[in-house]
Design a binder for this molecule. Structure first.
Ligand code: GDP
Length: 294
């Protein structure tokens, strides 16, 4: 497992014992430790460098404050900076329209279908009339998987297993929702193992046809640095509203959250921490900063 950044910094500051102030040299050595820790946590190298350059300035500004626990003080500065960079607050989703449409996009295996179920369960709990639409027409098990989840959480799933036109299915789902008093439709779309032109075109067409009030991009936190490139490609095509980071119950440090936020400038809105329907949380930048630092 990883050594915590706090331990590393305490080690780096050990030479400082007996001195009562921090010097340029101490700061240079410790910012290097911070940079290494960020890269270990899958933060993109350039982003890690930009962050640590800024942290170095802040630390020098606050050098006067440093007394007995310079390591802890340094960690606090880093923690504050990471939290600020990830947006400081949790962000909500936009639910507008009749019905409101929430479009879910991402690569196959990222956790789209599971997340669609979780979001439906969460909205239902809030008393919303919610429905799921199964528009993943390529993965044969996807429709069944969504139906099973729907049954489990007591949410209706609209599907047309024989229809191979995802846009048409999505449109029918909206019409069905209107006729049946459903106020929110969560549309689960198809994904491929890698970004693929046909898939991007299809999800773009669904977006045009449905005019969603919220588009969420789902990405597996375990994919590390690749997560950023995927996010960039999806954002260029879809201009999504927020990110869902999945599989944070695994041992990934979650640096993808920071890199994605910096590169695509969109907020992380939810984190998924397991296969169960309850394993969904709002994104809290301060908690993620602690996780990244270890
Ligand atoms: P999709 O292809 O994007 O729809 O992905 P799925 O929702 O089918 O998820 C792919 C696999 O990852 C399934 O086995 C899910 O049970 C699992 N999964 C999804 N989200 C999480 C999560 O947050 N943690 C863990 N451990 N597994 C997850």
């Amino acid at each position: 497992m990883f050594q915590s950044l706090q331990d590393k910094l305490n080690g780096a500051f050990r030479t400082l014992k007996g001195k009562d102030r921090i010097t340029d040299i101490n700061v240079a050595a410790t910012t290097k430790e911070v940079r290494r820790a960020l890269v270990d946590a899958d933060v993109n190298f350039k982003i890690a460098k930009d962050i640590t350059d800024r942290i170095r300035e802040t630390a020098m500004d606050r050098k006067i404050l440093i007394s007995v626990e310079p390591g802890q003080m340094f960690v606090k500065i880093v923690q504050e900076e990471l939290t600020r960079l990830m947006g400081s607050n949790s962000e909500s989703i936009s639910i507008k329209g009749d019905p409101a449409v929430i479009l879910i996009a991402g690569l196959q295996g990222s956790g789209k279908t599971t997340f669609s179920g979780k979001l439906a369960a969460m909205l239902k709990k809030q008393g919303k009339q919610v429905m799921l639409a199964a528009c993943d027409i390529y993965r044969p098990a996807a429709i069944d998987q969504l139906k099973v989840l729907g049954e489990q959480i007591g949410v209706e799933v609209y599907a047309e297993p024989e229809n191979k036109n995802a846009v048409a299915i999505a449109q029918q789902a909206i019409a069905y929702a209107r006729q049946n008093g459903k106020k929110i439709v969560i549309v689960d779309t198809a994904g491929r193992l890698a970004v693929d032109e046909a898939m991007m075109q299809e999800v773009e067409d669904i977006k045009k046809a449905l005019n969603p009030s919220e588009i969420l991009f789902v990405v597996d936190s375990m994919t590390g640095q690749d997560a950023v490139n995927t996010a960039k490609t999806f954002n260029e095509r879809l201009n999504f509203d927020g990110v869902v980071l999945t599989k944070l119950d695994g041992d990934s440090r979650g640096g993808a959250a920071l890199s994605i936020r910096q590169v695509v400038e969109k907020p992380i809105k939810f984190i998924s921490t397991g296969e169960k329907m309850e394993a969904l949380d709002l994104f809290h930048p301060d908690r993620m900063a602690s996780r990244i630092l270890g």
